[in-house]
Unconditional design. Structure first.
Length: 230
């Protein structure tokens, strides 16, 4: 299984101010790293801007047995360009791309096992809606996991998956096809290409939470206590 990840602290994400908020005496970001440790991850690259010094002070160069490399967010390159910078420090063939403002209990090994990954080389990992509202974009899939439609969450009552902005990518493919690209991987790449080219999404049902406000932190605090996340 791939055991390397890039965690993005996007300066345009309102939730980034909460990633060091303590929940049960642990920073919010601890819980994402703890889940990666459960899945035997060995190396994480954290890309951030003004929060970098505080994150490094909290987690150091190694945390829970995971080596951490810290990089500065390049505001001129956008999300896609910063991922490219992060991949230079990844020595594996694939890497997961994660957002610091989210927590999940997704079985990441399913991404490695998803046979469509061999064809797509870039795989979106989504969350099944399960009758739960979301501010994320809706992702509609064929039986084989091919993305058939994307739309705003409030433009339809049909329920499928929603975008978590979590990815599994092939390092070689990304470096060959995303040179000089800027902007968001979801909005500026996937939305513009999924109709003309096959793109796939692995839809999961496990726990997922995106932090965008203090209300989300309250939800996380209650959930983490109830489910005994460590």
């Amino acid at each position: 299984m791939t055991n390397a990840a890039i965690i993005l602290v996007n300066p345009d994400d309102n939730g980034r101010k909460w990633i060091l908020e303590e929940l049960n005496d642990k920073p919010f970001l601890h819980y994402q790293l703890s889940h990666l440790e459960d899945d035997f991850f060995k190396h994480v690259v954290i890309i951030s801007s003004t929060e970098r010094a505080f994150i490094k002070e909290a987690f150091g160069d190694e945390y829970l047995g995971i080596k951490i490399t810290y990089l500065d967010w390049d505001k001129d390159k956008g999300e896609m360009g910063n991922i490219m910078n992060g991949l230079k420090h990844i020595d594996q063939m694939q890497a997961f791309i994660l957002q610091a403002t989210q927590h999940f209990r997704i079985n990441l090994s399913k991404g490695d096992d998803f046979r469509r990954m061999r064809d797509a080389q870039i795989l979106l990992i989504g969350k099944k809606a399960e009758n739960k509202g979301s501010t994320r974009d809706k992702v509609f899939l064929s039986e084989k996991g091919k993305i058939s439609k994307l739309c705003k969450f409030d433009s339809t009552e049909d329920q499928d998956s929603y975008n978590t902005n979590t990815w599994l990518i092939s390092k070689a493919y990304y470096q060959n096809h995303f040179k000089e690209k800027k902007g968001s991987l979801f909005h500026d790449y996937l939305k513009k290409t999924y109709i003309a080219s096959p793109h796939f999404c692995l839809a999961c049902r496990q726990y997922y939470l995106h932090i965008n406000s203090i209300d989300d932190i309250k939800i996380a605090r209650e959930d983490f206590t109830e489910y005994f996340y460590r």
